[in-house]
Design a protein around this ligand. Structure first.
Ligand SMILES: Cc1cc2nc3c(=O)[nH]c(=O)nc-3n(C[C@H](O)[C@H](O)[C@H](O)COP(=O)(O)OP(=O)(O)OC[C@H]3O[C@@H](n4cnc5c(N)ncnc54)[C@H](O)[C@@H]3O)c2cc1C
Length: 470
């Protein structure tokens, strides 16, 4: 139900002027996202400054049946943070809840509020001489609450796991305003169901995450980064296994870069040149991290040497300076954005078992080309996790809107192959609005009903982020 002016006044009394936006101009940045796929309307944007304020807002929303859309840094790629067009919802932005609540060095944990940016969390860990390993290209603007709500992945999952693996405790405001204080820093706790995992990855549909206890790790003193040319995706996977065993599990990043992506980068971005002399269909960015430099350099060199001997690597360069390392990373991190210079782009964020990565890319490439000859496949990303961003750039001469009109059809082709290969149609970006209608086809009726039962139990009035996920 749309909030009446009386309800809006009560909500404003909770947050004060500073935490209430009711005008169109002020709300505008919260109503659209960067891919411009989703545009919504809202009755107000609320920016509470404390858990108590979130709780008071939820009590009123629950009582009046007002939909609530939680929003973090608004960098999500599936429209989960954007309300529908009805204008009935209030957006609950966590951006003012941005305090560091404490650090426990001996326990290796950091307790933060949901609105701290990911970069802010990383910086806090660094100041304490530790590492918080979650790392995404959007880290300057996304917030830890959004990262946890979407169970973000990123470039170090291989070594440290997804966002859900980095959390020991949560504080969550439930749909009816009750506060669950689960801010325990325990590494072992088998007293019943592990409730934090209900909320991690639930995309704001089961509760509002207001704070979290995060795991910290030793800061790696040594880093070895290489950019290697590989003849095929299968060769890349074999190289990963070599690097993993030679280094004793110290590979923290293993990212696939396609030749066409490198061509886009060298054509459109200032200061980017080919890092290797010869052209290759595929490349990988490999990073190992550990405590002692000598050991790492040896491990990287030995891995690449073995790869060369086995025909899995055709050329490679190991970064000799921080600037060269940053240059390799810039290549990887600019891949998503650079596609906009080549016209329309249809995205897929999919996963299959790492062992099936080569077969999946080959099959999907053939299938989309059969449907639209000349479509340009830009498949890149977290190959070490079996996760590829299988993006399609439009054929050179095609009209952009006509190409984007094929979004659903291309998704159906690619996701069909993913399903047949036992994969996931959303590896790390979530479901949101974009994939809501598709997930039923990828899950069994039992699994869907379990998800709906959980939603009904935790949000019986269906006010939390309606129209998303289930
Ligand atoms: C350039 C770029 C690179 C990216 N790279 C990656 C990547 O490598 N890996 C990856 O996984 N994602 C990536 N993303 C996607 C995005 O950054 C992540 O999904 C991020 O975790 C979202 O955080 P956010 O604070 O922006 O959340 P939002 O976009 O604001 O919200 C995301 C979802 O979480 C919900 N939500 C937000 N805050 C809360 C809260 N406190 N409590 C409950 N629910 C909440 C929202 O309702 C929504 O459903 C990338 C995005 C961009 C733009």
């Amino acid at each position: 139900m749309k909030p009446t002016s009386e309800i809006l006044a009560r909500l404003k009394a909770i947050t004060g002027e500073k935490g209430f936006i009711g005008d169109d101009l002020g709300m505008a940045p919260h109503l659209e996202e960067r891919r411009e796929l989703f545009h919504g309307r809202a009755a107000a944007v609320l920016k509470p400054a404390s858990t108590e304020e979130v709780s008071a807002i939820m009590r009123i929303a629950h009582e009046a049946g007002v939909p609530v859309v939680p929003q973090g840094g608004n960098t999500g790629l599936v429209g989960g943070q954007i309300p529908d067009q009805s204008g009935e919802a209030i957006i609950l932005s966590l951006s003012r809840m941005n305090r560091i609540r404490g650090i426990d060095s001996a326990n290796n944990t950091l307790t933060v509020e949901a609105g701290v940016t990911l970069a802010g969390v990383q910086a806090e860990a660094e100041m304490a001489g530790r590492l918080f390993p979650l790392s995404l290209a959007s880290e300057g603007s996304c917030q830890i609450g959004g990262n946890l709500a979407s169970n973000a992945g990123g470039t170090q999952v291989l070594r440290y796991g997804n966002a859900r693996d980095l959390v020991l405790g949560l504080e969550v405001v439930l749909a009816n305003g009750d506060v669950w204080n689960g801010l325990k820093g325990l590494r072992k706790d088998n007293t019943g169901y592990d409730l934090r995992h209900l909320f991690l990855g639930s995309e704001g549909t089961l509760g509002i995450i207001t704070a979290a206890v995060l795991k910290l790790f030793p800061r790696p003193e040594a880093v070895s980064t290489a950019f290697a040319a590989v003849p095929s995706v299968d060769a890349a996977v074999s190289l990963l296994r070599i690097a993993d065993s030679v280094s004793g599990g110290q590979v923290s990043t293993f990212e696939l870069v396609p030749r066409i992506g490198l061509d886009f980068l060298t054509t459109h971005l200032e200061g980017i040149t080919d890092p290797l002399a010869d052209r290759s269909p595929w490349y990988v960015l490999i990073e190992m991290t550990a405590g002692t430099r000598a050991h790492l350099d040896e491990a990287m060199e030995a891995s690449l040497k073995e790869g060369l001997e086995q025909g899995l690597v055709t050329d490679a360069a190991i970064a000799q300076s921080e600037a060269q390392r940053a240059g390799f990373w810039r290549l990887r991190e600019s891949l998503s954005d650079v596609q906009r210079f080549e016209g329309g782009s249809i995205k897929h964020d999919v996963s299959v078992p790492v062992s099936s990565m080569g077969a999946f890319i080959a099959r999907a490439e053939k299938a989309v080309d059969e449907r639209l000859p000349g479509v340009r496949v830009v498949a890149f990303g977290h190959i070490g996790d079996g996760n590829v961003h299988f993006n399609l750039s439009q054929p050179v001469a095609m009209e952009k809107q006509a190409f984007l009109g094929l979004w659903g059809e291309m998704n159906a082709i690619v996701h069909g192959i993913v399903r047949e290969m036992g994969g996931s149609i959303s590896a790390e970006h979530g479901v949101g609005q974009l994939k809501r209608d598709e997930i039923a086809a990828t899950k069994s009726p039992v699994e869907m009903e379990l998800m709906r039962s959980l939603k009904r139990a935790l949000d019986p009035k269906g006010i939390l982020n309606p129209g998303k996920v289930v």
